[in-house]
Design a binder for this molecule. Sequence first.
Ligand code: NAI
Ligand code: MG
Length: 350
Amino acid sequence: MYKIALLPGDGIGPEIIPQAVRVLHAVGQRFDREFQCETALIGGAAYDATGHPLPEETLEVCRNSDAVLLGAVGGPKWDNLEPHLRPERGALLPLRKQLGLFANLRPVMVNYALADASPLKYDLVAGLDVLIIRELTGGLYFGEKRREDLPDGGQKVVETLEYTTQEVVRVVRLGFEMAQKRGKKLTSVDKANVLESSRLWREVVEELAQEYPDVELNHILVDNCAMQLVRNPKQFDVMVTENMFGDILTDLASQLSGSIGMLPSASLGGGVALYEPIHGSAPDIAGQNLANPLATILSVAMMLRITFNLEEEATAIERAVDGVLQQDYRTGDIMQPGKIRLGTVEMTDA
Ligand code: NAI
Ligand code: MG
């Protein structure tokens, strides 16, 4: 039996999560697997019901599960709350921290049927399949910060970029392991020409590489990497990088596909993994059966493959997604002339 915590959250979250669950149960029926789901509150929905965006009860449900499937949190209704009560700051960051999720995996895939919608030329992106792994709990975002007044009336700020060997080892190892399961190519992204943290990063990568002789390893500087992701993204297979570089590169890469409603993600590290679409709660289209459920459905596929080791089941979902796109079915966000427009529920039916 597989235990999954469901956190629908806000906006389109409560629309897309039940659709992904329908797909999960369809897979369960076909492959004779039992998925046991428990739903809990998070984000604005949790704040409205309990006064806190991440209630202790929700954390308990997550800790007692094998994996968490999250919709999205946030919306204008909660924007003016104090920072620690706002859905993203008060729920998402603490949830990742509590579950010890140190690696964020974002596949960037461009389906042949949708490659026309990319801002890049068809041939550059059609069939693209890159996996970016971003370190999630270290680096500049979590280092010591301070601000001082200067005698000249101005101020001085200090941000600290900290990494320990062990923090680098665990995320880079994941990179090598993922590369072994995919195209056997790993690109490590750093800024070793100027940053001491990047030099440590590179030393760790070199040392771990000895254990993975079947993986072809490359180092690339982050600025060149940004350029190459736009020039020739298909040269990459798995990429691994530190927190801030990964934050920027994953957003850049997500746009290669031209549609935020298609991309899943996974956050790994502790005993429980978290799966979620990369998009937010889309309040502008919430409650109208307009949301594209495919990013969430593909997040379920990632969950089946990574946490439950159910490769065949994961592939079945990905094939189904390919199939509906080839049959010209589209939600509004990926609509093209001459295609068939479907709502959230109907896309899931298809
Ligand atoms: P967003 O990703 O929610 O929406 C951006 C645009 O993409 C909107 O026009 C939206 O309608 C569209 N869109 C997003 N997902 C879609 C889907 N599945 N199908 C069709 N169209 C889709 O980002 P935005 O507007 O910046 O943020 C809205 C709220 O979501 C904010 O409160 C923000 O803080 C929150 N947010 C939450 C995240 C999370 O829970 N992980 C991540 C990003 C934003
Ligand atoms: Mg970001």
